[in-house]
Design a protein around this ligand. Structure first.
Ligand SMILES: NC(=O)c1ccc[n+]([C@@H]2O[C@H](COP(=O)([O-])OP(=O)(O)OC[C@H]3O[C@@H](n4cnc5c(N)ncnc54)[C@H](O)[C@@H]3O)[C@@H](O)[C@H]2O)c1
Length: 254
């Protein structure tokens, strides 16, 4: 799909994966809405990238917020790309704690709300707008990219909420691609392994690479956010990628 002259929304656009994706899209001539909650990083990125981007403070759990951010993108140029790559907290709790503590259902619900329902809200509301835009070659109108995790395939101890949400994103991918096929909109999901992003805080990268070298067959380091962005860009440009979840993990298995 031709990207120049199009617009995009990137939820979590001020995060590790999000920022790298915004940069790759802007390089291709795309106008991008950074839909995030981190004012400081989003404003810094907007200042650096200028009129190619707009920051719209957005909470993905608020449908109206998401619709407003999508509308801002559509005002900049015809919306062709939606990347749901926002983060959020997960429980990190066993179903029954070591001392018999019960798992709060509300915590599970909140994680699913952010990672699964949030992914659905972004992709479905963006697709509704894309479907009204003029078609490009081969009836193509746009592409939606969701973000899962390898924990959506093999979750670790304490990840029942996160794994369920990410498994839902994976499960939705083919159905959404089939639903949106007649409108010329593709749907793909990226399932990253372990990547160095803001989610890892201030821990020095050398220390993290050393820790993850034992877990990742090759290359023996954490993933780089731009490796996610490169794949996102390839998905945007390659019309035959549709209805599938790609693991991006250096052969890591949790
Ligand atoms: N980093 C990894 O190793 C890794 C691995 C697998 C999957 N993922 C997934 O990738 C996605 C992005 O993660 P990241 O590593 O770039 O994290 P990050 O912390 O660097 O970025 C996440 C961004 O999302 C924003 N955000 C948080 N809650 C939000 C909300 N309610 N509405 C809108 N924006 C919100 C944050 O402000 C932040 O800028 C997440 O879905 C995460 O589960 C990350």
């Amino acid at each position: 799909m031709e990207l120049s002259g199009a617009s995009a929304i990137v939820t979590g656009g001020a995060g590790g994966f999000g920022e790298a994706t915004v940069r790759r899209l802007v390089d291709k001539g795309v106008k991008v809405v950074i839909a995030d909650l981190h004012d400081e990083r989003a404003n810094a990125l907007t200042k650096e990238l200028g009129s190619s981007v707009q920051y719209v403070r957005t909470d993905v759990t608020d449908e109206q917020n998401v619709i407003e951010a999508i509308n801002v993108a559509q005002e900049m140029a015809p919306l062709r790309v939606a990347v749901a790559v926002h983060g959020g907290p997960a429980a990190g709790k066993r179903l029954v704690g070591r001392n018999g503590e019960t798992y709060p259902v509300e915590t599970f619900r909140r994680t699913v709300e952010i990672f699964l329902v949030g992914n659905f809200t972004v992709l479905s509301r963006a697709a509704a707008v894309m479907s009204q835009n003029e078609a490009l070659e081969d009836n193509q109108r746009g592409v939606c990219i969701g973000t899962a995790s390898i924990a959506g395939f093999e979750g670790q101890v304490g990840q029942s909420d996160y794994s369920a949400a990410k498994g839902g994103v994976i499960g939705m991918t083919l159905t959404a691609a089939r639903d949106l096929g007649p409108a010329g909109i593709r749907v793909m999901t990226i399932a990253p392994g372990t990547f160095h992003t803001y989610a890892y805080g201030d821990v020095p990268i050398d220390q993290l690479n050393e820790r993850f070298a034992a877990l990742i067959p090759n290359p023996k380091r954490m993933g780089r956010a731009d490796e996610y962005a490169q794949l996102a860009l390839q998905i945007c440009e390659n019309d035959f990628l549709n209805g599938y979840t790609i693991r991006l993990d250096g052969a890591q298995r949790f």
